[in-house]
Design a protein. Structure first.
Ligand code: ADP
Ligand code: MG
Length: 624
């Protein structure tokens, strides 16, 4: 054979990740062990899975494990697994290139905050490189379980620009990683320290992690398991403490933070399965950034055998923040993604997952409002997708949503729809809300003035998804949701009809004059019953899309027909009065357009011709 040894350069982005990992994650350097053990455990899972179809892969060595050893004289740490191993191509693909999209997104997601970034590393599939936080040389020797002895591979790198590859004979299947520790990382050459790290991060890895005892600082004797090595989710709830659940979550979810809540259930019946589902404390970056279709948070096992990550059929997109394990007794071991798609057992499990998570969130909302507020901040917008996606659970989901309101103070002071309905005023028959680009814009909307003046609560919505979500929700507890800037406005539900008629009659003249002055610029001009302080605002028809949504969609490149707004004016306002009394046609025209332009601005819109606005404003101010 020729050219079995070669030197290759890392792809540019790998080099960049390496640099960032080694320099910015130094404060969390311990994670390297967790990441390498997690890879070894994945490799064992893969072997167990492949051996279902090809039992010969296990030949003579069915006892799957990870061995950890240290050598104080050589300054090395060695991690050995008898898992699936890698071929030469796989070594190049998995460790030398960025074939996996994770690397690029990892770089984009880095925040510079070491604590946050250290969470990212495991989640983006760049965990292997964490070895270079503590090692200045890493030697990986591997042989795929189905390859012959001669087809082993050795990969070596000092983590700078290059790595070397060599084909050589490797007698046993699996992967051995030798870390040549940097001279100031000798603290890891200590059996107690290593055991402590395993207990902290990897206790619940489902395979034995084995070590020898320490004698005079060196390993000595037989290898013995130092972790629990059991599938935690199969143990009875009564045996497990909160700390057990939290530790499992952290090792399994590559997260340093505690989860917010979890639910653990064993279901026995026409089919049997176990669920252990977690709500994280913060957004898991892979699941959130990847968007609706990419979910890695849920692992599917069949009778303790790991089958796949991100089984999206088991959870709907609107619960994509959930992480955990589903272990089924009844699905076939050779289950594929295709098979999952249209499977009765799977849809039952999925319904159970949804129900359990909703139960959990309802309990959290009731028992721990502070944690629930954190949930809302992190995942409230994802949950809103459920309103559209899952009509059967719409009511339950709606109860879990929280919104800012004119009765709270601040974007975080949120209320539930139940709170709102519970304190509606006598005679009020709709739930009022306004949508805008930001909390400030929603709170300052002129359209809510009259309601505020009457003490009627208005929900302030400023998330992109809100308008869309409300389109599906429509009503809550029999009360319609109504946008304050849409349709005819009647805060008092008709009780003040006579008064309204008088106002309209008195304003008929100025409304006419405005209509003539503005002409084609507006669909209509009306006297407003919504305003108290502002001179004017824009309103839409019942079924028009809110102006800020139209804007957002246009910015996103959609072709949205502009619905011409209706201008409503406050006939009592001094500026409107001034327009009414203005006899000079030029000045009257300026005032009319200024009223329209400022209504546009107050709604968060941009003017088509800002320079003309400024000139007009200056003319009016200077009385020219
Ligand atoms: P991730 O584990 O998220 O995929 P890593 O950077 O930790 O990302 O590992 C990259 C890839 O290298 C793994 O997906 C796997 O294919 C391969 N790999 C790493 N360690 C091992 C191992 N011990 N045995 C087999 N393959 C491994
Ligand atoms: Mg990994």
């Amino acid at each position: 054979m020729t050219a079995t040894a070669e030197t290759r350069r890392f792809e540019a982005e790998v080099a960049q990740v390496l640099h960032l990992v080694t320099h910015s994650l130094y404060s969390h350097k311990d994670i390297f062990l967790r990441e390498l053990i997690s890879n070894a455990s994945d490799a064992l899972d893969k072997l167990r899975f492949e051996s279902l179809a090809r039992p010969e892969l296990l030949a003579g060595d069915a006892d799957l494990h990870v061995d950890l050893s240290w050598d104080p004289d050589a300054g090395t740490l060695t991690l050995t697994d008898n898992g699936i191993g890698m071929s030469r191509e796989e070594v190049i693909d998995n460790i030398g290139t960025i074939a996996r999209s994770g690397t690029r997104r990892f770089l984009d997601a880095l925040s510079g905050d070491a604590r946050k970034d250290s969470r990212l590393i495991g989640q983006f599939g760049v965990g292997f490189y964490s070895a270079f936080i503590v090692a200045d040389k890493v030697t990986l020797t591997t042989r795929r379980a189905d390859a012959s002895e001669a087809d082993g591979v050795r990969w070596e790198s000092s983590g700078t620009g290059e790595y070397s590859l060599e084909t050589l004979a490797v007698p046993e299947r699996g992967t051995r990683i030798v870390l040549h520790l940097k001279s100031d990382e000798r603290e890891f050459l200590d059996g107690w320290k290593l055991r402590d790290l395993i207990a902290r991060y990897s206790d619940h890895v489902a395979f034995p992690i084995r070590m020898q005892a320490s004698k005079d600082g060196k390993p000595d004797g037989e290898f013995e398991a130092v972790n629990q090595a059991s599938a935690l989710w199969m143990r009875p709830k009564s045996e497990l403490t909160d700390a057990d659940y939290q530790a499992f979550y952290k090792s399994f979810g590559h997260d340093f933070n505690d989860p917010l809540a979890w639910t653990h259930n064993r279901v026995e019946g026409n089919q049997s399965y176990t669920l252990l589902l977690y709500v994280p404390g913060a957004q898991p970056f892979d699941a959130m950034l990847g968007g609706r279709d990419e979910r890695k948070g849920l692992k599917l096992y069949v009778r303790r055998v790991y089958i796949m990550d991100g089984a999206e059929q088991l959870l709907p997109p609107w619960l994509r923040f959930v992480r955990g394990v589903v272990d089924s007794d009844d699905l076939p071991l050779n289950v594929s993604r295709e098979l999952l798609q249209d499977n009765r057992l799977v849809s039952q499990i999925r319904a159970a997952c949804i129900k359990r998570v909703l139960d959990l969130l309802e309990k959290l909302a009731k028992d721990d409002p502070a944690k629930f507020a954190q949930f809302t901040r992190e995942f409230g917008n994802v949950l809103k997708e459920g309103i559209a996606d899952d009509p059967a659970n719409r009511e339950r989901i709606a109860k879990l949503l929280r919104f800012a309101s004119t009765h709270g103070d601040g974007a975080d002071k949120t209320v539930s729809l139940e709170d709102y309905v519970g304190r509606m005023q006598a005679g009020q028959d709709v739930i009022w809300y306004v949508t805008a680009d930001s909390f400030a814009a929603a709170k300052g909307s002129p359209q809510i003035e009259a309601l505020k003046a009457r003490g009627v609560e208005v929900l302030l919505m400023f998330e992109r998804i809100d308008e869309w979500m409300i389109g599906y929700l429509g009503e809550f507890a029999g009360k319609k949701l109504r946008h304050v800037a849409k349709g005819q406005f009647d805060a008092a539900g008709g009780a003040d009809a006579e008064q309204r008629r008088q106002v309209e009659e008195a304003a008929a003249g100025v409304v006419d004059k405005l209509k003539q002055s503005l002409g084609e610029r507006v669909r209509d001009v009306r006297v407003s019953h919504r305003l108290t302080d502002s001179p004017a605002c824009l309103v839409l028809d019942e079924h028009d899309m809110a102006l800020h949504m139209q804007r957002l969609l246009r910015e996103a490149g959609h072709d949205v027909p502009a619905s011409q707004p209706v201008l409503e004016v406050n006939s009592a306002h001094a500026l409107v009065r001034r327009f009414e009394g203005e006899t000079d046609p030029g000045r009257a025209a300026d005032l009319a357009v200024l009223l329209l332009d400022q209504a546009q601005l107050a709604g968060g819109g941009a003017l088509e011709d800002p320079a003309a606005f400024v000139q007009r404003l200056n003319r009016v101010i200077l009385g020219g």
